[in-house]
Design a protein around this ligand. Sequence first.
Ligand code: NAP
Length: 342
Amino acid sequence: MATVKRIKLGSQGLEVSAQGLGCMGMSAFYGTPKPEPEMIELIHHAINSGITFLDSSDMYGPHTNEILLGKALKGGFRERAELATKFGISFADGKVEYRGDPAYVRACCEASLKRLDVDCIDLYYQHRIDTRVPIEVTMGELKKLVEEGKIKYIGLSEASASTIRRAHAVHPITAVQLEWSLWSRDVEEDIIPTCRELGIGIVAYSPLGRGFFCSGKKLTENFTNDDFRKYLPRFQPENLEHNIKLFERVNEIASKKGCTSSQLALAWVHHQGDDVCPIPGTTKISNLNENIKALSVKLTPEEMAELESIASAEAVKGDRYPSIASTYKNADTPPLSSWKPF
Ligand SMILES: NC(=O)c1ccc[n+]([C@@H]2O[C@H](COP(=O)([O-])OP(=O)(O)OC[C@H]3O[C@@H](n4cnc5c(N)ncnc54)[C@H](OP(=O)(O)O)[C@@H]3O)[C@@H](O)[C@H]2O)c1
């Protein structure tokens, strides 16, 4: 098997596999959690195959995904992996809240270190921005965690361009995680250019359109009631009927090219540049093997343009999330001068 190339993420020295592994679906959101022994085998297979950049969050489960990774990373695997996790979405008292106050940041980090059973997290992201807390305050605590050796690098997820800029002025941001795929391209307007200007790495989540570019309508036929995708606007019948045409066109091009639609969708993300790392999620070794091969699919500028014309913003029906309030568009925080600890 060809070796997976390595890329630099950000400007602080973090090096990761050019494709990562999204671990969320192993424990949460995409139906019933998958059996632990199989997921540990998959994670070991990924690392042995050169996919070493693992993506988790304290809210996947919640908590169980980090516990799973903690188990999988025993026996010498920790040293061979780049471990990324996140904090910032709280479920206390049955209420979902975004939090970035210093005491919460610290408590989450300590708890993640325990669950992962490691001394240090390689990349620690704020999962969603707390719009009540100036980003400088959240970053101040994250900076302390770096100085104490508890985390190596700092990331933000679903942050607005101005939040990224303000955060980066406090301490360098190594990576911004955002949804980027053939059918989620709004980040190209100002988030991606901001990251590039500041030398920040880009981690593309849901690069397969949450599985849509792998199996189209068939994916939605298998959604169980505990599958979060069942409630996403793009998969609602009135939008799906339209969106399915995108999948069909992508699939046609893939057949002509002699690759799968998943590989084509991933190759499109890989072609965005060596500062971009897609983190496809999978729970199957066979799918992981297929996804790695996307790294060898070469696309011409004409093929890139053709793909982009098929999946233009106008061609996609439905928002990324049921409420866009939870996404980067509204992720600005108040000025530092207004901060009163609560
Ligand atoms: N920062 C954030 O807010 C955020 C939000 C969402 C996700 N994420 C991260 O990004 C990661 C990836 O995103 P995602 O899991 O939402 O979406 P994705 O990577 O776009 O798609 C995952 C889906 O595609 C299927 N799949 C993968 N490879 C396949 C293949 N070769 N053939 C057929 N099906 C295939 C998987 O099913 P199988 O399991 O059956 O392979 C799964 O249903 C997550 O695991 C998580 O770590 C972050």
